[in-house]
Design a protein around this ligand. Structure first.
Ligand code: AMP
Length: 134
């Protein structure tokens, strides 16, 4: 059965898209640790990050770096942290989390956002991402 993230890539489940390439997709985490918490995934469905072939892993890191720099340029934060967990969704995803305090990295304190706030954030990050890729 397709993962929930494959369904997002295929447009069967909605998402707040941030960036997309032929191979990768980035979208806002629906239960964010902090405003701007973004997930970067390979479209190819692989469960564990260490099972990606090395070249795809490296390209995922390059994509995630571009997205992280875009987030950092528009979301107020001290830095953008990166985590890979995967205990909930068995489809590789890199968490990019704007950090202001250690609790933002813990996945135990969450923020609640309205649809409009998700939309505004995703549009802001997308604009920064596209501007950096001109
Ligand atoms: P983990 O697999 O533990 O790294 O966590 C999976 C992450 O995916 C969690 O932070 C969830 O909030 C997030 N998530 C699950 N379903 C969706 C969805 N439909 N849209 C966006 N984020 C999601």
């Amino acid at each position: 059965m397709a993962s929930i993230f494959t369904k997002i890539v295929n447009g069967e489940i909605p998402s707040y898209k941030v960036a997309e390439t032929e191979e990768f997709y980035a979208f806002l985490d629906i239960n964010p640790n902090a405003e701007g918490h973004t997930l970067c995934i390979p479209k190819k469905e692989v469960d564990k990050i260490w099972d990606l072939d090395e070249a795809l892993y490296n390209r995922l890191m390059t994509f995630s770096r571009k997205v992280a720099l875009a987030i950092e340029s528009v979301v107020p934060c001290k830095r953008v942290g990166m985590s890979v967990i995967g205990l909930e969704v068995p489809h590789v995803h890199v968490h990019l989390i704007p950090l202001n305090k250690m609790a933002d990295a813990t996945f135990q304190s969450k923020v609640t956002l309205e649809k409009e706030a998700f939309e505004a954030l995703s549009q802001k990050i997308t604009r920064a991402y596209l501007a950096s890729n001109k």
